[in-house]
Design a binder for this molecule. Structure first.
Ligand code: 13P
Ligand code: SF4
Length: 356
């Protein structure tokens, strides 16, 4: 393994040709990146990075530490490391803690929320159960442990259709994302009834404040502006599952962040992808553009998740320095009631067992 030096870190950053990283940024940020990588190695800390991290933060994680919600949950369940730093949002770090209760799970900003998790009242689950007795409850992983603890199974955007089909009965309650629920219903094509908040039941769900921004008209405008006609074999529009149903119908491919990345990788390997637009958080596109420099990516740079954007080099370095010096980690540490963790673990483990 080549020795890590500040010069190597700078060389790596310059070689990325990232238009958002000027030499001024590189000179300012490289020492932070170097210190983080050095402490990460010395202390054997796992640094998980969600696909929405800005490239500088994303690249603090090795390839197997990067991923979508499902991949990161799997990693968190199996790692032997004592400390896990989660570069993502709070509900993701909570999931890691629930799966690894003996590990110390840390996030550089505990206020990193998510509109889906924050705007959903777990009591709605009990109301829906009362209205539809016997129907199993599937909860999107974008939720807090307290809500998961009341449900039968979790899912992510990578496995929801498969899991819904395999759950018993001919109906399923899905919370909290109402756009996701409508997409699931569309995908199941009447094979199973999806019951979700709203729908005249007096219950309230939530939407992703980022993905709801994309409209069908936006996608049609992208097709026109960037000459990406529907069905073109080399120019594709991708959309995340949390977008509106008509956006998914218009997209050439939809899925989780890692499924989008995988499809792009396969087309690049086959030499067929020229241009792509990804209707999702814009740093996903930044990371894809670095990985696949031969593809022309068009980005909606204004579509940034304010919560994911809270992960910053300074906070991550502070965590590592505190671990190194035996300092106080309470500002960063995820702590949950053991009873909530025990109850929330069941639906997550059930999902992992059904999607391996
Ligand atoms: P993925 O599971 O596809 O990574 O999505 C997580 C998320 O928060 C999307 O907004
Ligand atoms: Fe939550 Fe949306 Fe941000 Fe994902 S992009 S963390 S769903 S607010």
């Amino acid at each position: 393994m080549t020795e890590l030096t500040l010069e190597r870190v700078k060389e790596d950053l310059y070689s990325r040709k990232d238009p958002t990283l000027t030499p001024v940024d590189i000179e300012a940020k490289a020492p932070l990146v170097y210190d983080i990588l050095e402490l990460k190695r010395k202390l054997g800390v796992v640094v998980l990075g969600h696909n929405y991290m800005e490239p500088l933060v994303f690249n603090l994680s090795s390839r197997d530490e990067q991923g979508d919600s499902l991949g990161l949950s799997r990693f968190a369940a199996t790692t032997g490391a004592e400390y896990i730093i989660f570069n993502g949002v709070r509900f993701m770090a909570e999931t890691a803690k629930v799966l690894s209760p003996d590990k110390r799970v840390l996030i550089s900003d505990k206020e990193a929320g998510c509109s889906l998790a924050d705007e959903f009242d777990p009591a709605e689950i009990d109301r829906l159960r009362e209205l539809h007795p016997g129907a199993p409850v599937m909860i999107y992983i974008n939720s807090y442990a307290e809500a998961k603890a009341r449900c039968d199974i979790t899912c992510t955007s990578a496995n929801s259709v498969d899991i819904a089909r395999r759950m018993p009965g001919d109906e399923i309650i899905f919370v909290p994302d109402i756009l996701f629920a409508a997409n699931l219903e569309q995908e199941l094509g009447g094979g199973k009834k999806v019951i979700y908040p709203g729908q005249d039941s007096g219950t309230r769900g939530a939407v992703c404040e980022v993905h709801e921004k994309f409209t069908l008209d936006d996608l049609l405008d992208v097709r026109k502006s960037f000459e990406m006609p529907r069905g073109h074999p080399n120019k594709l529009i991708y959309a995340h599952w949390e977008c509106r149903p008509d956006v998914l119908r218009e997209a050439d491919f939809y899925g989780s962040t890692s499924q989008i990345s995988k499809d792009i990788g396969q087309r690049v390997a086959a030499g067929t992808l020229e241009r792509a637009f990804v209707a999702s958080e814009c740093e996903l596109t930044s990371n894809l553009a670095q990985e696949f420099p031969g593809v022309q990516f068009n980005t909606a740079c204004s579509v940034r998740c304010q919560w994911m954007a809270k992960m910053a080099l300074e906070g991550i370095l502070d965590i590592l320095r505190r671990i190194d010096s035996g300092g106080d980690l309470s500002k960063y540490e995820i702590e949950l009631e053991p009873e909530i963790m025990d109850r929330a673990r069941l639906p997550i483990e059930k999902m992992l067992a059904m999607s391996s």
